[in-house]
Design a protein around this ligand. Structure first.
Ligand code: ADP
Ligand code: MG
Length: 479
């Protein structure tokens, strides 16, 4: 390509705007702006990053992919990115109180150390782990049982997963793990895959329900459905992630139903994950639903403080970075939503600590994680967000929830929306009545009481409402 540097600079400039519009300027500064263009040859760009940890995170977070995509948009060329590690000697990094961000990152240019020669670093540590772990090539090496921290919230799911790994196809079949985002469903599922594969060399297939659907549609278009069927029907262990995606996908459901029967009859293990109990899935054929419910259904709940702390400690120990106890405590106390958020908070602290090469204090951590810690009541949850999240979950339109219809399938979601709005916002019952299609405040009160009553006896509803509340808090407006 003529001049990669020009495309690189333009791509970074445009990405900065994109990140800003996504409300992720802080991430841009901490991760993307740290990458330094060094030179390019043909379609390979060499960039410098401060440490192997950065390289790893940039790939994992998807920033590198975004840069590549942007350059592709600009130049029509697929470029490769190679890393060199440039440790820093002098740092000028400040936490800017107004912008709540690492505001200036200046570096002292150092001699480059080719990345693959840096043996004394964390990446080589993780490479060693990969070799000893003997993980399945399609699965993540770090998604193992050893790396999964046990707590009250997950011990049942963990034990079930471990049991099927030791005796696939013959203990519980299928196993279905359900729970909200970021609670470890994919981790546990892949741990099953890794363990059965490394111990028994079984044929393990892992796929998301979305990819399964796409592959099925493609096989219809290309008239290769027989090949598709054979592929999945000869698995020893079939892992399908996020089956809530199959709602409304009638033909894919049909196909999976037959695959299920074939595997079940020949004692092959199946594991599924879902973001809610199967009984809550809409537009799913009854016969497939009953198959999902046939074996063992286990849930993952958000971890309590002690487990959150243990998870953080485990991740820190592996990295061999020093983070003071009171900072770990601060994160464990404040990030309560799920493990993914917990990890994201820790990663931010680790990245900062790598850049400044000194210990992080509680004050700096508080500053860095200010956004993460902000409480839901201050975080502008709107009624529309609540209605959107609930209506999506129940496959209704927003106007169904606001409207006058009084059928059962609309009434419950409407009452749930009102209940959540009461819990998560400061609106009065009168204001809520107005927002919900001009209802009277007594109707609002009645709805909330009704849900409170149900919550006392219906554990599935407890789960559903917890999930919905989490989704509301995590909701990001589509751009
Ligand atoms: P889900 O599939 O439920 O959305 P993931 O399996 O992707 O969640 O988990 C999110 C992140 O949290 C992953 O990096 C995973 O390794 C980590 N994680 C979740 N639960 C635990 C746990 N109990 N111990 C250690 N790490 C965990
Ligand atoms: Mg997942």
């Amino acid at each position: 390509m003529a001049d990669c540097k020009v495309f690189w600079e333009e791509a970074i400039k445009l990405l900065q705007i994109d990140y800003r519009e996504e409300n992720r300027s802080e991430e841009f500064t901490l991760w993307v702006s740290v990458i330094e263009f060094i030179d390019s040859k043909g379609l390979v760009i060499t960039v410098g990053v401060p440490s192997p940890f950065f390289k790893d995170q940039l790939n994992r977070r998807g920033d590198i992919k975004r840069i590549q995509d942007k350059i592709f948009e600009l130049s029509g060329q697929n470029i490769e990115i190679e890393f060199v590690i440039r440790p820093r000697t002098e740092q000028k990094i400040t936490v800017n109180k107004n912008e709540n961000i690492v505001s200036s990152i200046r570096e002292e240019k150092n001699s480059c150390i080719p990345d693959n020669n840096s043996m004394n670093n964390k990446e080589s540590l993780s490479k060693k782990e990969i070799l000893t772990n003997n993980h399945h090539p399609q699965l993540r090496a770090d998604y193992t049982f050893d790396n999964f921290v046990l707590g009250d919230n997950n011990s049942f799911a963990y034990n079930a997963a471990f049991a099927v790994s030791k005796n696939p196809g013959h203990s519980y079949n299928p196993v279905l793990i359900y729970g909200g985002v970021g609670l470890g469903k994919t981790h546990l599922m892949q741990a099953i895959g890794n363990l059965t594969w490394s111990e028994k060399k079984t044929k393990v297939i892992y796929i998301t329900a979305e990819a399964f659907t796409n592959e099925f549609i493609q096989s219809i278009n290309e008239k290769t459905t027989t090949k598709f069927k054979n592929k999945y029907r000869c698995a020893d262990v079939l892992l399908i992630d996020d089956i809530h995606f199959l709602q409304n996908k009638i033909e894919t459901q049909e196909e999976l139903f037959h695959t299920f029967n074939a595997l079940y009859d020949s004692f092959k293990q199946m594991v599924f994950t879902c973001d809610r109990p199967v009984s809550e899935l809409k537009n799913l054929s009854d016969r497939l639903r009953s198959r999902f419910e046939r074996g063992l259904n286990v849930d993952l709940a958000p971890p309590k403080y002690e487990t959150r702390r243990a998870i953080l400690q485990k991740k820190i120990d592996k990295l061999d970075i020093n983070i003071p106890d009171d900072v770990i405590d601060l994160i464990a106390q404040n990030v309560v939503s799920n493990v993914r958020d917990l990890e994201a908070a820790l990663t931010k602290i680790l990245a900062f600590s790598e850049l400044v090469k000194k210990d992080i204090t509680v004050e700096i951590a508080q500053q860095l994680l200010r956004d993460t810690f902000s409480s839901p009541k201050q975080s502008n949850i709107t009624i529309d967000t609540i209605i959107k999240v609930v209506s999506d979950y129940y496959n209704l339109s927003m106007s169904d929830i606001k409207g006058k219809k009084r059928t059962k399938n609309v009434m419950l979601p409407r009452q749930i929306s009102l209940y959540i709005a009461r819990e998560l916002t400061e609106y009065s019952t009168t204001e809520l009545g107005a927002e919900f299609g001009g209802r009277d405040h007594t109707t609002v009160m009645h709805s909330c009481q009704k849900i409170e009553e149900l919550l006392r006896s219906d554990s599935t509803l407890v789960f559903t409402i917890n999930t919905l509340m989490r989704n509301v808090k995590d909701y990001k407006k589509p751009l």
